[in-house]
Every structure is written in C-alpha cells, then in structure tokens.
Ligand binder design. Sequence first.
Ligand code: Y12
Ligand code: CO
Length: 171
Amino acid sequence: MAKRVITYPDKRLKQHSKDVEKFDENLHTLLDDMYATMLESGGIGLAAIQIGTPLNVLILELCDEDGNKISELMEVINPKIIKKEGETKHKEGCLSVPDFYEEVVRFEKVSVAYKDRHGNDVSVDADGLMSIAFQHEIDHLNGKLFFERLSILKRKKFEKEYMAPAKIGKK
Ligand code: Y12
Ligand code: CO
C-alpha cells in the first residue's frame, strides 16, 4: 500500500536508521509499501525513513530522462559503502524536498555490500546514475538530505527558494 512521503523540514528525516535484524514478513511488507509509494510518486529511489520507518532499507529503480526504465528494482537492506573513487556532479531531486533540484558533488563510483529481502549477501559496483542514487539514499539512512552537501552559495539559494515562509506553509 502506498504511504505518504515525509517532506522536509519534518524532523524524522534527521533520524539515523537502524539495521534490519529479521528478514521476515514485516520487512517484505515494508519493501512492498515502499515500491508502491515510489511508483505512485514518480521516484527512482526511496529510503524507508521517507515513509517514517527508521530502518536501513532503500529501493532503487532507475529511469533515464525520458522515463524509460534502465534498471531492475533493487531492494537494498543494511547497505555499506566498501569502496569509493573519483568525483562527479549530478543534478539531484528528492521526493522529500519537492520542487528543488541542484547539482551535488559525489563519488563517481561506489561498491556497496548489502543484503536482499531474504538476508542473502549481495555486492554491486555502481557507476553513473546508480552510484549517485546509492549515495543519495544511503545519506537518507544517516539522516542527511542532499541540500546539506551543497556549497554555501547554493545552500543559501535553497534556503531562499525552499524555506521562504510563504512557500513552506504550503508544503
Ligand atoms: C539521481 C538523483 C537523485 C536520486 C534520488 C532519488 N530521487 C527521486 O526519486 C526524486 C524524485 C522526484 C520526483 C518528482 O515527481 C515527479 O517527477 C512526478 C519530483 O517532483 C516534484 O518535486 C514536484 C521531485 C523528485 C537518484 C538519482
Ligand atoms: Co531523497
């Protein structure tokens, strides 16, 4: 069932999520709800905390700029970045920060170790959009939002555009 996506400045988005210990029916329902929510909202990535569940769970299903699917659904539990290299810049958006998009500097490539919904070990070497998406979603698990990675100047632009009192009242 699709859930409401929590939006900034809701304080729950600052929470540090905890590792999943039981790979049971509750986890599977959470993953299914996250997917329904992501589909309904038009996202390509979602962390569990964005629907109010502080667990280290994220999902990705990547699309190109024309909306064509470019990856299968990835269900990622208890992820750890085990290798990172290079630097890249990409314009990011977030379902929890609607209507704001900005370029963020991130690692170009990351290797991530995680568990699937049954508790099996998985590891992936990610580059391109997948690398950005993993880093964006893992930030959510650590209570960090993408605008916190902007330069001072761009952060001021965010505060002016997004936090303007007339606008925030409508979010
Ligand atoms: C690259 C950059 C960022 C990510 C993280 C995942 N981000 C998203 O899935 C963002 C989705 C998004 C969707 C929106 O709504 C529609 O497109 C229908 C949206 O629209 C509004 O805010 C109005 C904003 C963000 C992964 C890879
Ligand atoms: Co996000």
